[in-house]
Design a protein around this ligand. Structure first.
Ligand code: GDP
Length: 467
């Protein structure tokens, strides 16, 4: 387990900079005498006291509110003291220094500055939050879209954790059955059959499939996907990015080869963040700068979750143009990992009444005009679809790539377990038991029970200070 520190900690809990209100937060054991020494009076639990915050010369640094939350009914599960002052960086720094000074004078032994995420880490160690909920605190703060914020809020309220616990309950039940059977090897098979171990395992797998599906949606809301726009110069890549983003981001010019480096913009469609990257036009490079730009374009393409391959519909009759498109298509196929979707986008439909050529096998195909916006909604819908977004089911919670990895590991162990149970040979009960045990370990890692210390350290260190 993570080292349990009990020394008291303090930090400025609000964002750096100026604001109407700023908060200094202290957490530790038995803070009452410290509060008395700092503020010159006893505080009633969970009451707002308006009072002066005196400096070392006895003169007030500021006037503000003091709140005292005795353990265990606080954010960290320890005693917590919150001082709400005016939100100036100097005022808050003075107040924090004053806390450390009063503590050092004997009112609170060992008070020190908190590490990033340390308040939330204590909440986790004191069982106020599990790990998935603690992560949701950071995700709520970092949420870049309203849907992501709502999802994080649901995770924080425990919606995701509740599903993990339901899976754990079912898994533990099955494990107990198998472990008990191990003790009575003579009757083992009958015993498992009577208790319908296979049925229990199948229901567990079904339950897991549902959680995995919802968590995948949640991870999508949090992480988004990387979409790269590729194509020949002047196909309209910058125009398309601007049209999707609704702003003039990339430089649009009629001179081929203008976008020499990548331009990235995060747009959202139904709350799903799409990190869209416009790349240099793909053609024989005219100079060194352009060559580097094209090289980078291919690097971006290789790391894309989806590619928009843009074609100029007005130039399809030019055999050189069409053959250059075919060459790019071939290189795309050689560059992209299997399973990365390519959407053929036939641009400038306003200027070309011709229908697009037949879609390449496996490619989605869309005809649109970046200029007039015609067909853009089609593209947005298709993007959501290739991203794997299923019409926003109410109540999506936020999940992280780490959670998905763990759920996939559980899935693999359950499949192994099923193979043991259903194999033509006599099931090897010890192997079956081992797979179930590993599945439970992976699940426990999500909520942080028996989590590895280094993993927990990494998760909390990414928080901001004061959280
Ligand atoms: P990029 O080099 O692929 O980024 O292409 P740009 O976005 O700079 O566009 C190249 C030229 O095509 C510009 O003159 C645009 O105004 C024009 N263009 C882009 N999209 C459309 C479209 O949908 N219809 C028409 N008629 N022209 C377009």
């Amino acid at each position: 387990m993570l080292a349990r520190h009990h020394d008291p900690i303090a930090a400025i809990a609000t964002a750096p900079g100026r604001g109407a209100v700023g908060i200094v937060r202290v957490s530790g054991r038995a803070l009452q005498p410290f509060a008395q020494a700092l503020l010159g009076r006893a505080l009633q639990p969970r009451h707002a006291h308006y009072l002066p915050f005196a400096g070392d010369d006895g003169q007030p640094i500021d006037h503000g509110l003091a709140l005292y939350f005795p353990a265990p009914h606080s954010y960290t599960g320890e005693d917590v003291l919150e001082l709400q002052a005016h939100g100036g960086p100097v005022v808050l720094q003075l107040l924090l220094s004053r806390c450390l000074q009063v503590a050092a004078a004997g009112a609170l032994a060992g008070l020190r500055l908190a590490e990033p995420g340390e308040f939330t880490q204590r909440a986790f160690l004191n069982d106020k939050l599990d790990l998935a909920q603690a992560e949701a605190v950071a995700d709520l703060i970092d949420a870049s879209t309203e849907a992501a914020a709502r999802g994080a809020s649901r995770s924080l309220a425990g919606a995701f954790s509740a599903e993990i616990h339901a899976l754990l309950d079912a898994l533990v039940h099955l494990r107990m059955l198998v472990e008990a059977t191990l003790d009575f090897p003579e009757e083992e098979i009958d015993f498992l059959r009577k208790a319908d171990a296979a049925g229990q395992l199948a229901r567990l797998q079904q339950l897991l499939a549902g959680v995995l599906q919802r968590a995948t949606q949640g991870a999508l809301l949090r992480e988004g996907i990387k979409v790269v726009i590729a194509g020949q110069p002047n196909a309209g890549k910058s125009s398309l990015l601007n049209a999707l983003a609704g702003a003039e981001l990339a430089i649009v010019t009629p001179i081929a080869g203008t976008t020499r480096d990548k331009v990235q913009q995060t747009i959202q469609i139904e709350g799903v963040p799409l990190h869209v990257i416009d790349t240099a036009g793909l053609r024989e490079a005219g100079d060194e700068v352009e060559r580097i730009g094209i090289e980078r374009a291919w690097d971006e393409i290789a790391g894309a979750d989806a590619v928009l391959f843009l074609h100029d519909l007005t130039r399809q009759h030019e055999s050189d143009y069409a053959s250059a498109d075919r060459a790019i298509a071939a290189t795309l196929q050689g560059t992209l990992p299997a399973g990365v979707p390519v959407i053929d986008v036939w641009n400038k439909s306003d200027a070309a009444p011709t229908p697009p050529p037949a879609a390449a096998p496996g490619h989605a195909s869309i005809r649109l005009s970046a200029l007039t916006g015609d067909g853009l909604d089609d593209l947005r819908r298709t993007l959501l679809q290739v991203a794997g977004w299923q019409a926003a089911p109410e109540g999506v919670y936020l999940a992280r790539a780490r959670h998905l990895q763990a759920l996939h590991a559980v899935d693999a162990h359950l499949m192994e377990a099923a193979a043991q149970l259903h194999g033509s040979r006599q099931p090897a009960l010890d192997l079956l038991a081992e797979e179930l045990r590993l599945a439970q370990n992976a699940l426990n890692g999500i909520t942080g029970e028996f989590g590895a210390d280094d993993l927990l350290g990494v998760i909390f260190s990414r928080f901001c200070i004061g959280k």
